[in-house]
Design a protein around this ligand. Structure first.
Ligand code: SF4
Length: 230
């Protein structure tokens, strides 16, 4: 399992908990607003973090930090994810997975093995616009299956979407919300230009906080909780 980054303390990657975070490289999408193209194209040349480095910190931080976020990139494209998550869990941490939902069988296995405590599933676009937004082939049935797994499972979860002027806007967020009606939590994520995969996106001005608040008001009836993440 390649790990190319390790954050010893994050205040924002596990709702309600302090957590450590492992950055897993590689991704099967090519979102034009992605600012981590190094994780997609350059990770073979990056220094990898060893599991022993992580383990030493996890033992020292036990009790102070209680969560562990596995983020990326897209962690579920790797065969070693279950084993890695299991090892971290066995030290006593609660595991959160950040995913784009394209590997439902792997997510299901992690849920069946009771390794996961929280899943943040990134919904990139209304289902009929996925390919256009992620700039790659996608089996939309896989994303739908991941959504179903979370909605009917007993692992805590959130859905979330990055909003980008001209690409994913208020009407898209409303359409996504309608398709997820009754789900627990939804996160509206602010787009942050700077080093985007498609350089044209670096000149796009993100939505203002007022516009984000309007989106929140628009979709609040569909969920128990809607957060804005900036
Ligand atoms: S923003 Fe898109 S391309 Fe970048 S890591 Fe996330 S899913 Fe992959």
């Amino acid at each position: 399992m390649p790990i190319v980054g390790y954050q010893r303390l994050s205040l924002r990657d596990y709702p309600g908990r302090l957590c450590a975070k492992a950055i897993i490289p590689g991704c099967n999408f090519r979102c034009p607003y992605c600012t981590r193209q190094d994780l997609i194209f350059d990770f073979l040349g990056m220094d990898w973090v060893t599991f022993n480095d992580i383990l030493g910190h996890l033992y020292r931080a036990r009790g102070y930090i209680t969560g562990f976020c596995i983020g990326g990139g897209e962690p579920t494209i790797h065969n070693g994810l279950l084993e890695f998550a299991f090892k971290v869990k066995s030290v006593g941490y609660r595991i959160k997975l950040d995913t784009n939902g394209t590997r439902p069988r792997r997510i299901n296995k992690l849920m069946e093995e009771r390794v996961l405590n929280y899943v943040a599933l990134d919904i990139k676009a209304p289902l009929d616009r996925y390919g256009e937004v992620v700039q790659n082939k996608v089996n939309i049935g896989d994303v739908e299956e991941s959504i179903r797994l979370l909605r009917r499972g007993n692992v805590d979860y959130e859905f979330g979407t990055t909003v980008v002027p001209g690409l994913v806007e208020a009407r898209d967020i409303e359409e996504i919300a309608r398709s997820l009606i009754g789900s627990r939590r939804f996160v509206i994520r602010q787009f942050k230009p700077g080093g985007c995969l498609d350089p044209e996106y670096d000149s796009i001005r993100p939505f203002s906080i007022e516009e984000l608040e309007k989106m929140r008001a628009l979709i609040s009836p569909y969920f128990a909780e809607v957060r804005i993440e900036r």
